[in-house]
Design a protein around this ligand. Sequence first.
Ligand SMILES: Cc1ncc(C[n+]2csc(CCOP(=O)(O)OP(=O)(O)O)c2C)c(N)n1
Ligand SMILES: [Mg+2]
Length: 324
Amino acid sequence: MAETPAEATRVELLRRMERIRRFETRVGELFADNELPGFVHLYLGTEGVAAGTCEPLSEDDYITSTHRGHGHCIAKGLEFKPMVAELYGKETGYCGGKGGSMHIADVTQGMLGANGITASSTPIGGGAALASQIRGNDNVAVSYLGDGATAQGPYHEALHLAATWELPQIYVIENNHYGEMTNTEVQHPVTDLVKQADAYDLPGVIVNGQDVEEVREATVEAIERARNGGGPTVIEAKTYRYEGHYEGDPQWYKDDEDLPAWRTADPVENYRDELLDDGVLTEDEYGEITDEIDANLEEAVAFGRDSPYPDPEAAYEGVYAEEI
Ligand SMILES: Cc1ncc(C[n+]2csc(CCOP(=O)(O)OP(=O)(O)O)c2C)c(N)n1
Ligand SMILES: [Mg+2]
């Protein structure tokens, strides 16, 4: 049975999940209204994973993310304004509007990038973990990947090196039950993807991704192991993608019974009810938290809309390494 975290930690876990839920819901609306270019892949339903894994990290720890990366950015502490501006492709975005939804990065906060290339978060995180090891500091790298991405070569190469060199890296598999339009069970010979960790003699843990405290507890243990030279851990969070693969996906492949069942396990609403029932929060305090988030979000939307597009010449910047 998980030890209950301190009250302030519990409120913080809820706050991060609410930030993700509200951001993603609003982004879905903006995309449907044709305001955002490109594709967006929403993180709705899986908020417990990002919040539970990022809350125990420090600003100096690293994360590497996926094409479904908004939740990771928010949970690591990135701000709404430059995130929304990036989604609009505006120059005030985190990457000057050149990255868009799938490539948000802010190295100052240890967010080394969302990434459109599935599984590529894992070798990039391995590089960050190797840097920590060489520098002899305490920083760990958390690398997120989807269930589908566990079938890819770069993940296994990253696992192999990280295990051999005992790098301070934590792999978080978000098993949201789909890789694009295909159910996980059809795509893989095993349903518990964490079993792959055995091949590299790494500890592997399965957690209920809808239970933010369970996710956090497994992450705290993995961080401790990594900081103490114990090497990597693989965490598989069982969770569920509420939306399609991308916004606009008609989702004809989804089993109609699954969504309602997973919605009753909603990580955000259930945790809010738990904190209210436990007397950790009052309805008024909860309202203050969500009002502040919503106000920040609307400011960010206005900021994104009103910001200028980047100068076309900016396409040449950041292509080659510049002398520091
Ligand atoms: C190397 C590579 N191959 C294929 C794709 C196309 N693609 C984008 S997302 C995706 C499926 C990802 O599934 P999963 O890893 O489960 O992540 P989820 O979308 O469920 O979060 C694929 C095949 C890609 N982006 N990169
Ligand atoms: Mg998936």
